[in-house]
Design a protein around this ligand. Structure first.
Ligand code: FES
Length: 73
């Protein structure tokens, strides 16, 4: 899926930037040496970044739950 038509930023490119630490649409574009033109992509990129944040949060919750179980044993 293309998120930013102006800069040809697709889902894989958003994911790549997120894994490298980008946490805003502006940072995603900057990761690829780009900047906003029309700005229509802000919402779409932000939604994709939110998916990464949720995934990371769930991974942390899982680690905490595993640690709690290990302590209870
Ligand atoms: S669609 Fe991203 S700047 Fe235009």
């Amino acid at each position: 899926m293309i998120h930013c038509v102006c800069n040809n930023i697709n889902t894989a490119k958003v994911d790549e930037a997120a894994y490298a630490g980008a946490c805003s649409p502006k940072q995603v574009l900057a990761h690829h040496g780009k900047a906003f033109n029309c700005g229509q992509c802000r919402g779409s990129i932000a939604e994709r970044l939110a998916c990464h944040a949720n995934t990371a949060l769930m991974a942390e919750v899982s680690l905490i739950q595993d640690a709690d179980l290990a302590l209870a044993e």
